[in-house]
Ligand binder design. Structure first.
Ligand SMILES: Cc1cc2nc3c(=O)[nH]c(=O)nc-3n(C[C@H](O)[C@H](O)[C@H](O)COP(=O)(O)OP(=O)(O)OC[C@H]3O[C@@H](n4cnc5c(N)ncnc54)[C@H](O)[C@@H]3O)c2cc1C
Length: 457
């Protein structure tokens, strides 16, 4: 493992007399290319101790609902089988992160956790480090969700893709080594209570919105992620450079799996490079895909990591964008809708492209990138003010999308308000923000085909 993936948060000597090495799994919910798991397993072997892996199913999580939890629990089911094979002492418990994890820290020889990027999840880790201090427990934090770790790529808020791209690409090869998880020297018998994680029973116990339906399209877990990747490589990667057209839908649909850590960008990149050696994939198609996966995604992680207030309307974008919104606040809106209108069961707006996008979102938990931009831009046009628009977009995004509450969420929405973008010719309501209207979709894409696709969902 590249040493810069690891941050020692508390440097106490390892407590050899204690009973296990503890890995708290949260961000990277997988076995493959999980550097935190590999690090914890190696440490357990070095100390001749068993490895305990704790997964805490948070009783409630801001904005998460039964759809997200169903996906998460599907992932846990596949992990349970993997940990059984590995001989790790895998514990799944419902509760608050701090309570559950802190309890397991009491007897640990070493505490390993994966790195978080969003502010709230970083704070949970800070509180656990404080608790470890009181136990004189060594804490190692390991990063697996980016190929080039966020602090290695840059030490400040980056302005745009063009400013972060050379920084990431310069270090990319250095961080391409894959994680190797050793066989455990001390194996623990499997906890049979975990074999069947009863999904419905578990969800009933949680304090979350249970009215949201599970996605019929996406199923969580490492195996499913690999299946989706294989399907993408086989059927769509070769045409990815044309993936802006929602009618064709050449994108990977891997974002829910990336969000839950069911797959790593490192594994995806390696699989793409391997596929590239076959003649039917043009290099520019693979390059276009890796630009999104590595550079755009890296920019989003940079944004949430370094920009305080990335999730607040008043702080998330740039001065020129606030100025233009201020000037156009009183512009007449052609149509006005509220969050309640968008939440109605039926496709209610006057715009069939927007309705199709909403249908995809509500039914599957996903939306094509071009439509995400269009969808958010129309909410900006049809809200009585920009703050209301921001809050409506964020609320719908995080409620319905399986990949919601991700760094890409906050960067994607802020982009619609000018962040990482440039000013355009001034026009009503949008001001200098990049405009997007139905005419553009019709001119550039086979949008009717997308509408037909959404109707079938
Ligand atoms: C208003 C708005 C809201 C968005 N909300 C989310 C969200 O909640 N969660 C989320 O993961 N993405 C979000 N995005 C970014 C992007 O739309 C999705 O990542 C992408 O559509 C996911 O589909 P895919 O996996 O098929 O992408 P592909 O095109 O196959 O791309 C592969 C991967 O690259 C990354 N990627 C692709 N496009 C972008 C982008 N523009 N910015 C950053 N990374 C990107 C994603 O991790 C994606 O899974 C949002 C964009 C906008 C404009």
């Amino acid at each position: 493992m590249h040493p810069q993936r690891l941050k020692n948060r508390l440097d106490y000597p390892l407590k050899k007399a204690d009973s296990y090495v503890l890995y708290w799994m949260q961000q990277s919910q997988r076995m493959e290319n999980n550097f935190a798991l590999a690090h914890a397993a190696k440490a357990a072997n070095a100390l001749s101790l068993p490895l305990r892996v704790v997964f805490c199913v948070a009783e409630s999580f801001p904005e998460a609902n039964a759809r997200h939890y169903a996906f998460l629990l599907e992932g846990l089911k596949s992990l349970t089988a993997s940990f059984k094979r590995m001989g790790a002492d895998f514990r799944v418990e419902i509760g608050a992160f701090e309570d559950v994890v802190a309890r397991h820290m009491e007897k640990a020889a070493l505490f390993v956790m994966d790195k978080a990027y969003l502010c709230e999840l970083q704070k949970v880790r800070d509180r656990l480090v404080e608790h470890a201090e009181s136990l004189s427990l060594r804490v190692d934090e390991v990063e697996s969700e980016l190929i080039v770790p966020v602090e290695v790529a840059s030490d400040k808020v980056e302005y745009a893709a063009r400013t972060i791209r050379p920084k990431i690409l310069k270090r990319l090869e250095e961080f391409s080594e894959e994680a190797s998880i050793p066989a455990l020297r001390v194996r623990r018998p499997f906890n049979p209570g975990l074999v069947e994680l009863p999904m419905e029973e578990t969800i009933k116990k949680l304090n979350v919105d249970k009215t949201m339906k599970k996605s019929f399209y996406f199923h969580g877990g490492e195996k499913e992620a690999q299946r989706m990747l294989a399907e993408f490589l086989e059927e769509r990667l070769a045409d990815y450079h044309e993936s802006a057209d929602p009618g064709e839908y050449f994108t990977s649909k891997l974002s829910p799996y990336l969000h839950f850590g069911h797959i790593s960008p490192l594994s995806i990149r390696a699989a793409v490079e391997e596929r590239l050696t076959e003649r039917d994939v043009p290099p520019h198609a693979a390059e276009a895909f890796l630009e999104q996966l590595i550079v755009r995604r890296g920019l989003a992680f940079n944004f949430v990591y370094y920009h305080e207030g990335y999730d607040e309307f008043e702080k998330m974008t740039l001065p020129w964008a606030y100025e233009t919104m201020e000037r156009h606040l009183e512009d007449e809106r052609e149509h006005l809708y509220t969050l309640a209108d968008y939440e109605k069961e039926k496709d209610e707006t006057h715009d069939e492209y927007f309705n199709a996008a909403m249908r995809e979102m509500k039914r599957t938990g996903h939306m094509h990138n071009t439509l995400r931009m269009y969808w958010a831009k129309q909410i900006i046009r049809w809200s009585s003010d920009y703050k209301e628009a921001y809050e409506t977009i964020l609320c719908l995004n995080n409620k319905y999308f399986l990949d919601g509450r991700d760094p890409n969420t906050y960067a994607g929405i802020a982009w619609c308000f000018g962040r990482h973008d440039q000013g355009f010719e001034e026009r009503p309501v949008f001001g200098k923000l990049r405009p997007m209207v139905a005419r553009g979709l019709k001119r550039k894409f086979d949008i009717e085909r997308y509408v037909a696709y959404a109707k079938r969902l």
